[in-house]
Design a protein around this ligand. Sequence first.
Ligand code: GSH
Length: 216
Amino acid sequence: MYKLYNVKRWGSIGAHLVLEELGVPYQNVWLTPEQVRAPEFREISPLGLIPALGLPDGRAITESAAIVAFLTDTHRDTGLAPPIGSDDHAVYLSHLVFMATNLYTYIDFAFDCRRLVDGEEQNALSRRKAEQYSLTLFDIMEGKLAADGPFLLGDNFSAADIYLFMLTLWAHPSEEAVLERCPNIARVAAHIRARPRLKAALEAHGALEIRADAAA
Ligand SMILES: N[C@@H](CCC(=O)N[C@@H](CS)C(=O)NCC(=O)O)C(=O)O
């Protein structure tokens, strides 16, 4: 059985919602931020980051895009990803990796840049820059939805839409500000919040309502 290492309203919500949509059995392991930051967790996730997914053979994998792509490609009959080898699948992977390497990274930096700079002044400046850049990246995703929507893969809802939704939850300056700026992303978010299979997990993360305050 899979084992999901999960923190409320953190990036593991993406893998959590995908597992719920797929309807496959998994063990949900709720962690506190302190448990994620504890040295023991590095044995599961070398950088001390969630999500991590325990595999049936006992190993664990990290990196949200890899986890989502692995799950949807392994459980293909649920239609959360296009058929492997199709052009749509190439676009699907490209969306996931684009969001993971660009948007996720800059949202994290908008939250905290202390790994890169010294002192609070530089941190505040870098965080502001990262926030601005993350908004440019959201605009790119918004443009893709405006051109190809209603979903990232046209008429087909996929785990890429769930991944994009996940990123809005702790975006800066706030989730509400990003959704107001990007009406097509807001529509995808509303669709996800209305999917019956996802209601319980969204509720558990406290993510049924749009947040007006910045993630802290
Ligand atoms: N590249 C990683 C990034 C994961 C990441 O940054 N996770 C954050 C939560 S959203 C985390 O675990 N932070 C640890 C901390 O704040 O101590 C992925 O895509 O999975």
